[in-house]
Design a protein around this ligand. Structure first.
Ligand code: GLA
Length: 391
């Protein structure tokens, strides 16, 4: 991929400068879904698929960017003066809004650019599959600017800036999980992140003879401005109701018993269901990470399954295709656990599968899924890797 990119870079941007290579992985969340925006725990890892970039400084003050994935209809890069990047831009070559968002956030934090930059992006992350291609391009851009301009932005700050870009520039009110996993992932480990304090620890991803399989339902997920933001509002409403009596900062400050005790305060039953998901999922994420650390994969798998049930019945962010994929997996020998992963409304499931059962998993779930939905699923086997940076 990189060799091919070097050729294209020279064609598009000329040969005056030698670009440097960067990579940002996507992420898969093992458990702890829709808890990040409620101040809870998440347990994701960075995956083998991601986005590569070649970048070099320019002698002027222009940012010039080209994507091999999204710019097939354009024969020249997108160009903008760095001085002209600000929060209210909305460019219809839509992918550029992600890197522009990061540039805008860097400027708002007082970073000054000494020169322009040429960037070529190319990735192997399926788009719209909920594996964090947007976080990957954001964090990648933050790392490129940090390295080429010697800003020395650390990984946690790069994640925060990228989330800010997504919230304020793209308009998706996501939590910090995706950007954090992409920036701070560690090879052969999952990250247990407390999204309230941003304290984190790495848990060895010791899966023995098992593999992580991501199954793409090929139902494109669309989150921006829609159901995702609505779920957040419903959680906020439940929190505000409970805060009338109980001094808490976020829903995940509550145990399940406490939520039960104060449930009479929540005025809408749908909001209580959302809160129930967040609080129970937070407890599951903690238990699951402990189970993994003590080598208890069976418990880990059952908690993954329970997470799916709660996302289906209480948070209501699965779609029939994801439910079908999860159920097919639950009924298959050699599957430790399976659940939808990411924001929902389409996208992927993540399953832990015995290596000896992987072939059968892919063949028979692939066939049954197509029979039941008319869609073809795609399967990816992944390890976990380090977060974004120079390669
Ligand atoms: C999306 C968001 C994340 C997180 C997940 C659900 O991926 O970007 O912040 O909320 O959904 O866990």
């Amino acid at each position: 991929m990189i060799n091919e990119m070097h050729k294209v870079f020279a064609q598009i941007f000329g040969t005056d400068s030698t670009p440097e290579a960067f990579f940002a992985p996507g992420r898969v969340n093992l458990i702890g879904e829709h808890t990040d925006h409620e101040g809870g725990f998440v347990f994701p890892c960075a995956i083998d698929f991601g986005i590569y970039a070649l970048a070099a400084k320019r002698p002027d003050n222009k940012l010039c960017m080209y994507s091999l994935n999204f710019d097939k209809d354009y024969n020249s890069p997108f160009e903008i003066l760095l001085d002209d990047v600000h929060e209210n831009l909305n460019i219809n070559r839509s992918w550029v809004n992600y890197p522009l968002g990061v540039v805008s956030v860097l400027k708002s934090h007082g970073y000054k650019f000494n020169s322009g930059i040429n960037i070529l992006y190319a990735g192997n992350l399926p788009d719209g599959a909920g594996l964090s291609s947007s976080a990957a391009i954001e964090v990648l851009t933050a790392k490129i600017f940090s390295e080429l301009e010697s800003f020395n932005i650390d990984g946690v700050t790069a994640a925060k800036f990228s989330q800010e870009a997504e919230n304020n520039f793209v308009g998706m009110h996501c939590g910090i999980m995706d950007q954090f996993a992409v920036s701070m992932g560690k090879k052969n480990h999952a990250v247990l992140l407390n999204c309230s304090s941003l304290e984190y620890s790495y848990a060895p991803l010791e899966l023995g003879s098992c593999r992580i399989i991501i199954t793409n339902s090929n139902v494109p997920h669309s989150l921006v401005g829609s159901e995702y933001n609505l779920r957040r509002q419903q959680c906020e409403a439940a929190l505000a109701d409970i805060q009338r009596v109980k001094d808490i900062k976020c829903l995940c400050d509550l145990t399940l018993d406490e939520l039960d005790e104060y449930s009479y305060l929540v005025s809408e039953s749908v909001n209580l269901k959302r809160a129930h998901h967040a609080v129970s999922e937070n407890a599951r994420a903690v238990r699951a990470s402990q189970a993994l650390r003590s080598g208890n994969l069976k418990t880990f798998g059952r908690l993954m399954n329970a997470s799916h049930v709660s996302l289906r019945d209480n948070y209501e962010v699965t779609v029939p295709e994801l439910d079908i994929l999860a159920k097919l997996a639950w009924n298959m020998p050699g599957v430790i656990g399976s659940r939808m992963t990411g924001g929902g409304f389409g996208g992927c499931t993540v399953s832990i599968v015995e290596e000896s059962a992987v072939k059968n998993f892919i063949e028979s779930i692939g066939a049954d899924y197509e029979k039941l939905t008319g869609r073809k699923a795609a399967f990816y086997t992944t390890g976990s890797r380090d977060g974004a940076g120079r390669i």
